[in-house]
Design a protein around this ligand. Sequence first.
Ligand code: UDP
Length: 472
Amino acid sequence: MDEKAVPPPHVLIFPLPLQGPVNSMLKLAELLCLADLHVTFLVTDYIYARLQRHSNIQTRFSSYPGFHIRTISDGLPENHPRGDKFLELFESLMTNTKPLFKDMLSNGSLGSRVSCIIADGILGFTCDVANQIRVPIFYVRTISAACLWVFFRLPELIQAGDLPFQGDDLDVAVKSVPGMERYLRRRDLPSFCRSADISDPIIEMYKAESTENARAYGLILNTFEDLEGPILNEMRTICPNIYTIGPLHAHLKAQLAANSTSAPPAFSNSLWEEDRTCMTWLDSQPPKSVIYVSFGSLAVMTNDQLMEFWYGLVNSGQKFLWVIRPDSISGYEIPVELSQGTRERGYIVGWAPQEEVLAHRAVGGFLTHSGWNSTLESVYEGVPMICWPYFMDQQVNSRLVEEEWKLGLDMKDTCDRSLIEKTIKNLMEVRKDEFLLRADDMAKSAKTSLTEGGSSFSNLKRLIDDIKSLSA
Ligand code: UDP
């Protein structure tokens, strides 16, 4: 057969139906489209409706004829809170979506035969289906390798007596996670570990699903080797075939720049309207003088916590740009002094173009909730961090920022105005040069990983080659 007539591999991508994983896997989808692979992106009806409402996905992908989006039911009523009741969502996916997924793959409704599946590793049932229909499967995890490694080690943590623990044991060192013994404490474990009961279904779920990851042909991670090398080495003893291809947001930008003469339309997947006036405000600020404050798309704080941050920021004497999401304060309205702000020293918006903000020359620090995307975006732009983790992997990530990478300070479990003030002064004044130097070094490593011959660049190429050879 003429080689040119061989159709490109057809990859089915199935993200966990939550905003963060969908965003990351759309970036992966686009990277595969750029390599001329055919991609079917499978989302739940619920996520599809949100994407249609808030993103320009159709326009963005219109230049890729091999890209198709398909939908599947998550089996939940429309008014179910999904992410806020994750276990219910997860159980419904297992019970209701799994048979539909199997049908979809077997009945030919996806057009050309699917040659490989790339699914979120938390969706362990996809591996059963892939095995039944004899299609290779890769898993993706959109959290840090460090947090995933802790998930892998949950049985050993329980065996070593590190789980369960009580609130007054938080500073006890954890020795049962190889590669992290030097710095890991109980308070740095994913937030659900603070449950006093090891039979808590959420612990059971993460334990079971993480061990599933080793069953896949390979594991794709949004990280890079220089950032999490020691942990990745440990993980490879269980999952030998790992593709580190991050930071994905920057990898996609780099490949687009290398591939195209005209850039596709900017991709907006924000849930809120971006307030771009903050960019003009930043333009008028001196270099590295502003601390950017944002706690991501999910974190909620009390009014008391909000006021502690307000006083801490104002008393620090630093300029600040603060994202206060309309829905981020529980049970209270934003106080007048904040909503009016003080435009000279502080600028408040409901949602910012974060990647651009972090790349702005005026930004010298990031007070963050340590979400994995925010962490990678900050690392890539060389911005030192103050961490105030909210939940899940953020507890682990913030420990790495301070103790392993020395890229900032971890304020975990404290929210006190004088500590906030002191920590900001430390990052932005007292230890400014030390942190900027470290952050600059790590940013260079991140950029190198994406250039030809770099680890993430080479791993993406290897992933594409492997998909092609598995599909041949
Ligand atoms: N983000 C943004 N504007 C904001 C705040 C956040 O665009 O004002 C983006 C940010 O760039 C990141 C994502 O929202 O890509 C937050 O993801 P992360 O994993 O950090 O946290 P999560 O929202 O999942 O808690």
